[in-house]
Write a protein that binds this ligand. Structure first.
Ligand code: GLN
Length: 275
């Protein structure tokens, strides 16, 4: 298909309430990488004013982190028909990336340190709990290998090496998985709960993670997987993305691997003028 014929709508969940630690960067990254390839892109804010029809238009969903108080406000809004629309989208295979506070709301519940349990949508089979105001927050760089089988296979084919995510975590809540595939295996950092070595979760085409960064600019292959999946789901035909010049992102990754003393086997990216 001709790129100019392709159009993508990015749905951004509660931009004013859920965008801690630069998670807005995930929206910008998806938008840019789609525009660089000549696709038409719309970004729709899915806030309190958004309608169910707005939710149904979306081809890829992005949800960022939030403070406990903002999560509570969001969950008061995200009920009934809106919750059903999101559930339907994800069940039907709409891809999405949900960071920190956002996945806590898509699981069964989140129990904050203070105040009442916030019931979630129950889309992901996991629950999150803050162990109390005196407990240490999970803060710092986090590195993990994506192990969720279908996603890992797609990314390995794309990269030619194991898909390693570099991010930054800052959460008080600990997430315990039920019958859902973890997104990855922690190499450095704490991940879901600092106990079982799991990080995030993967369900249908939805990625749940504690990794800010923002995640996508630091790991652009994941942005491309989301774009490719969104287009495939929308147009019901595989779409091959033209490679982009990612030398700067690759250099940043190299610097982080060095700083964190992690051996990397990533291939050299395309240089300017070769794409
Ligand atoms: N409020 C949640 C917690 O502390 C999420 C924080 C975040 O989104 N960074 O666990």
């Amino acid at each position: 298909m001709n790129p100019e014929q392709l159009e993508l709508t990015i749905g951004w969940l509660y931009p004013g309430l859920m965008s801690t630690y630069g998670d807005r960067g995930n929206v910008i990254c998806l938008q840019q990488r789609a525009q660089w390839r000549g696709f038409k892109v719309n970004v729709v804010p899915l806030d309190q004013q958004a309608t169910v029809a707005d939710l149904h238009k979306v081809d890829v969903l992005v949800g960022g982190g939030a403070q406990d108080r903002q999560q509570e406000i969001v969950m008061r809004d995200l009920r009934g028909a809106k919750a059903e629309a999101i559930r339907e989208k994800i069940e039907m295979g709409t891809p999405g990336v949900f960071t920190c506070g956002a996945p806590q709301l898509l699981g069964h519940y989140y129990e904050p340190a203070l105040g009442q349990r916030i019931e979630g949508l129950g889309l992901f089979d996991f629950s999150s709990k803050h162990p109390g105001i005196d407990a240490r927050r999970c803060i710092g760089n986090v590195v993990f290998e994506i192990t969720a089988s279908r996603l890992a296979a797609d990314l390995k084919a794309m990269l030619g090496s194991a898909p390693i995510i570099i991010g930054f975590e800052n959460h008080g809540g600990r997430t315990y998985l039920g019958n859902v595939e973890p997104l990855g295996r922690v190499i450095q950092g704490l991940g879901n709960n600092g106990e079982d070595g799991t990080e995030g979760a993967f369900y249908r085409n939805a990625i749940a993670t504690y990794s800010h960064g923002p995640l996508l600019p630091k790991n652009p292959f994941l942005a491309d997987w989301l774009l490719q999946t969104a287009l495939k789901e929308k147009y019901q035909t595989p779409v091959v993305l033209t490679p982009l010049e990612d030398a700067l992102a690759a250099q940043a990754r190299k610097a982080m691997f060095k700083r964190l003393a992690i051996a990397s086997v990533e291939k050299e990216p395309l240089k300017s003028g070769k794409s």
